[in-house]
Design a protein around this ligand. Structure first.
Ligand code: ATP
Length: 351
């Protein structure tokens, strides 16, 4: 199978391991050329979904179709998807060039064509200087580039990546992230990328799929999911580190007035149907340290201050004992009593 497709469709895809249902009926449509990130914590079913797409795991329910044709009964080699894993899986006894060209030689590609395509792939991942070395002579980042080149040289209709950057140090991870985005943009590859790192998913993907315990929680553009998480689980994943327990007072249109356990009133945006108990979700960077008590302000005592250069990460505590995470460039010290203000639009209220 090769060339660009219009639509890959997962229809109620299910995969169980004995009593554990790792994927509980996943529906998803991936368009040709799209970069889709599957995001969620360990055990949410991301790798299972990827392995089902690759053909490495048979489904226990549902179907996968590519432009209307069923592919879930095809073995991996018939699907011909490219795969990049975190452990690279390079052949240690082959040079970089031979590793990259291996798939093409298996397909009996002519020598001239093979060399042309390997040259191109080597250039794309910037390994010209290292192409005659063996994997053991390369850094982790260079090995990861070989793994990527080996996948893209076959011009697969779909590239599947499972946490490809997780074995790299922080600086290299950022560099390779940009590289993957650049490759995606210049080649127009369709990519499904598994990660537990929300920042990586936001930076890379055209569309995010947030998974929890084998179920899709939300599908949307990075902007949509970041700004409008559908529930507290997705919000927690998108940086809403503060989940303040509240009771619900009044509700009006899309706003809710809530009260913290110590009775402080906050107005926020209602994201779900609410009962009497709820949580007010706030991002650490959405609090401002102010000098006057007023609407949507809350008093806290500073406990820990970490200096992060441009700003400080502060742990503070509300009178009712609730811990708060705050990011600010105000200078604070442990023991300070501070007043924090958060705009109503930046408070999300979840059931
Ligand atoms: P991680 O980031 O840790 O790889 P994940 O989100 O990729 O996590 P999966 O590996 O897809 O999660 O696993 C989903 C669930 O299925 C987990 O509960 C896991 O224990 C279970 N599971 C996965 N593979 C198997 C297997 N081969 N046998 C039994 N259970 C499995």
């Amino acid at each position: 199978m090769s060339g660009r497709f219009a639509e890959l469709h997962l229809d109620q895809v299910q995969r169980a391991f004995g009593d554990t249902v790792a994927l509980k009926g996943m529906d998803l449509t991936i368009k040709g050329g799209e970069f889709v990130a599957l995001l969620g914590p360990s055990g949410c079913g991301k790798s299972t979904a990827l392995n089902c797409l690759a053909g490495l795991l048979p489904l226990t329910g549902g179907r996968i179709t590519l432009d209307g044709k069923r592919i879930d009964d095809l073995p991996p080699e018939k699907r011909g998807f490219g795969m990049v894993f975190q452990n690279y899986a390079l052949f240690p006894h082959m040079s970089v060039r031979r590793n990259i060209g291996f798939g093409l030689s298996m397909r009996r590609t002519g020598k001239a064509e093979l060399n042309r395509r390997v040259d191109e792939a080597v250039r794309l991942v910037q390994l010209e200087e290292h192409q005659h070395k063996f994997p053991a002579q390369l850094s982790g980042g260079q090995q990861q580039r070989v793994a990527i080149a080996r996948a893209i040289v076959l011009e697969p209709p779909l590239v599947l990546m499972d946490e490809p950057l997780s074995n790299l140090d922080a600086a290299l991870r950022l560099e390779m992230r940009t590289e993957i985005r650049r490759l995606h943009q210049s080649l127009g590859l369709t990519t499904v990328y598994v990660t537990h790192d929300q920042e990586e998913a936001l930076a890379l993907a055209d569309r995010l799929v947030v998974l929890r315990l084998g179920e899709v929680q939300q599908v949307g553009s990075p902007e949509e999911v970041y700004a409008h998480p559908v529930n507290r689980y997705v919000a927690g994943f998108m940086g809403y580190r503060n989940m303040i327990p509240v009771t619900v007072g009044s509700q009006e249109g899309e706003h809710a007035t809530v009260h913290t356990e110590a009775g402080v009133k906050l107005v926020g945006v209602k994201r779900e149907e609410l009962g009497s108990e709820a949580v007010a979700a706030v991002r650490p960077e959405d609090f401002a340290v102010v000098t006057e008590i007023g609407a949507n302000t809350i008093e806290a005592v500073v406990e820990i201050v970490e200096y992060h250069g441009r700003e400080q990460a502060v742990e503070a505590r509300l009178r009712d004992g609730t811990q708060l995470h705050v990011r600010t460039n105000s200078r604070l010290a442990p023991g300070d009593t501070i007043t924090l203000k958060v705009p109503a639009e930046r408070v999300l209220v979840f059931a």
